[in-house]
Design a protein around this ligand. Structure first.
Ligand SMILES: CC(=O)N[C@H]1[C@@H](OP(=O)(O)OP(=O)(O)OC[C@H]2O[C@@H](n3ccc(=O)[nH]c3=O)[C@H](O)[C@@H]2O)O[C@H](CO)[C@@H](O)[C@@H]1O[C@H](C)C(=O)N[C@@H](C)C(=O)N[C@H](CCC(=O)O)C(=O)O
Ligand SMILES: Nc1ncnc2c1ncn2[C@@H]1O[C@H](COP(=O)(O)OP(=O)(O)OP(=O)(O)O)[C@@H](O)[C@H]1O
Ligand SMILES: N[C@H](CCC[C@H](N)C(=O)O)C(=O)O
Ligand SMILES: [Mg+2]
Length: 499
């Protein structure tokens, strides 16, 4: 695309060193991705100032630069704008041909459940015969192809480029997770959502947002930015959790149609008579388009909320209710979410991604409801360089529900693992718990001491196949470590029996 055509979308932009027509073949905000004929955008970030990389970008092939000030000795055309992040989102949307307008785009935000809900939604549309794409914590999925992601919600260039790739691959429906960080940083500016979903709001990320109010405001942007163009052929919907008090505020902020879902409060999409069985959950469903029964393999009340929100998305997209409900029967699970590890042991071992006080409470409550008298071993830690104030709260939750809480390291990152554990322990002074800093040792310890009828929960890292200590990412997968621990225990038992 020609540089001036692109720059036309940036009101009041000034070009320094303009030297006529230039063909732009890619736009990038990271020098590590710059190639020939790139338009490089300088972003002032938390760690670096991209303006300091402009010369480097030109050396690598950048033919023009977007900046918020003149960069000394830079000889390529430089487009000066006040806000380079906003310019980046606009340029990305234009450069990739407004791809989100051609997709049925669903954004899911909330503290917990984004990955789960986006996967259930993806499954529903897939079963309804649509070609689907998914963007989130686990991966970017284009049809059957899975690509690794750095962030839950990518930067605006990566995002728009991914949408374009999806269109080229025949995708028509995309469900994506929208993090609060992404909303505040404008990574999703330019996204034309058809449906925006709110799961819930509880404590997390206060290291970044500072207060719950700021965190709530960040998430509200998905709803206030939801297009307010009324179109009969393409109405916009906000899908809100009727049992979360924050939904009232979000409802007032959006100009779109609102569908609520819930269990406790009267909602448009409502679950009644919830029945937890050995194989999953079933409930009576009431919706504006009909009443029916839902059966799912997923367990826990929190998963009823996840399923309800996904049903509401299906309804917003005009899918027949029977198609939605039938597809739910074949939805299995999400990797690392309540994932059972089986290696011949006589007690359940569950790996789960609960890394907030609320998610841990939901999972442990569910586990407790499975067997009232079981000893519950809960191996849990808290991430470093993240919200410190959730640490004592997570420890409290572990001690409230588990008979055997074991505090260990999650991803300590650049923090001292001992300090993180000390922060956790501050919440449970005088209560019973163990501290085993090494995660592998902690998992082995829990499995070694669990007996028939007990339950082991390994929380916090779910699908992660690494552990970040310092700045190094080591191979580490709770599911593999747990399996090895079980196998060691089973082998030992057999040996003892043979003696
Ligand atoms: C704090 C934060 O959110 N940082 C995000 C932010 O980085 P930043 O803009 O501050 O970038 P920076 O590293 O200071 O660099 C500034 C600029 O210099 C450029 N640069 C930098 C180095 C270099 O060699 N060359 C170069 O060009 C960078 O590409 C960037 O344009 O923008 C980047 C691009 O979008 C993100 O990858 C990065 O996420 C970091 C890795 C991160 O850890 N973020 C977490 C907190 C996060 O965003 N998490 C949420 C999920 C949370 C949840 O709900 O659970 C997520 O969406 O992933
Ligand atoms: N609706 C829910 N309410 C509360 N807790 C939930 C809910 N759904 C899932 N959980 C719990 O939260 C954990 C994380 O779920 P999931 O990965 O779906 O959330 P997420 O919002 O994508 O998280 P992240 O912000 O880290 O990407 C699960 O492992 C489970 O313990
Ligand atoms: N998206 C979350 C994931 C947390 C996962 C947990 N294992 C940790 O490292 O704290 C975050 O970046 O805060
Ligand atoms: Mg997620």
């Amino acid at each position: 695309m020609e540089l001036h055509t692109l720059v036309n979308v940036l009101p009041f932009a000034k070009i320094i060193n303009d030297n006529g027509k230039i063909d732009i073949q890619s736009i990038e905000q990271d020098t590590r991705k710059v190639t020939n004929n790139t338009l490089f955008i300088c972003i002032e970030g938390d760690k670096f100032d991209g303006h300091n990389f402009a010369h480097d970008a030109v050396k690598k092939g950048a033919v023009a630069v977007v900046a918020n000030r003149e960069i000394p000795d830079l000889r390529v055309p430089t487009i000066i704008v006040r806000d380079t992040k906003r310019a980046m989102a606009m340029l990305a949307d234009v450069f990739y041909g407004h791809p989100s307008q051609q997709l049925f785009l669903i954004g899911v935000t909330g503290t917990n459940g984004k990955t789960s809900v986006s996967h259930i939604v993806d499954h529903i549309f897939n079963e309804a015969g649509k070609q689907t794409g998914l963007i989130g914590t686990l991966y970017t999925k284009i049809g059957e192809q899975k690509l690794e992601t750095v962030n839950t919600t990518p930067d605006s260039i990566t995002l728009q480029k991914t949408f374009q790739q999806m269109i080229q691959n025949g995708i028509d429906v995309v469900s994506m997770e929208v993090s609060s960080h992404a909303l505040i940083q404008g990574r999703t500016w330019g996204c034309d959502y058809d449906v925006a979903v709110f799961t819930n709001l509880t404590q997390d990320h206060l290291d970044y947002h500072k207060t719950m109010d700021e965190y709530k405001k960040a998430k509200s942007l998905l709803f206030s930015q939801l297009g307010n163009q009324y179109s009969e052929s393409r109405p916009k919907f906000a899908v809100l959790n009727g049992d979360d008090p924050v939904s009232d505020e979000y409802s007032r902020m959006t100009a779109a149609n609102v569908i609520t879902y819930g269990i406790e409060s009267p909602s448009d999409v409502q679950a009644k008579n919830i029945r937890f069985t050995a194989n999953g959950t079933s409930f009576d469903l009431e919706t504006p388009v009909g009443h029916t029964t839902v059966e799912t393999n997923l367990i826990g009340k929190f998963n009823v909320y996840n399923v309800l929100s996904a049903i509401a998305v299906g309804i917003a997209a005009n899918l027949p209710i029977d198609t939605i409900v039938n597809s739910l029967r074949s939805f299995q699970s999400v990797p690392g979410r309540f994932e059972l590890v089986k290696a011949g042991q006589s007690f359940p071992v569950i790996v789960d991604y609960a890394h907030t006080p609320d998610s841990l409470e939901n999972v442990l409550q569910t586990v407790k409801s499975l067997s009232k008298d079981a000893n519950i071993f809960c191996v849990v830690g808290c991430g470093g360089d993240r919200d410190r104030t959730k640490r004592p709260l997570m420890a409290q939750v572990a001690c409230k529900y588990a008979t055997n809480p074991i505090f260990t390291s999650d991803n300590p990152r650049t923090e001292d693992p001992k300090q993180i554990l000390d922060d956790m322990v501050q919440g449970v002074i005088g209560l019973q718990y163990e501290v085993i800093q090494d995660r592998k040792e902690a998992i082995y310890h829990a499995i070694q001491h669990a007996n028939n009828g007990d339950i082991v929960v390994i929380a916090g890292k779910g699908h992660e196949d690494y552990q970040i200590i310092g700045e190094t990412k080591y191979d580490f997968d709770d599911r593999i470590v747990a399996k090895e621990a079980i196998e060691a225990k089973v082998a030992n038992t057999i040996k003892k029996e043979e003696q």
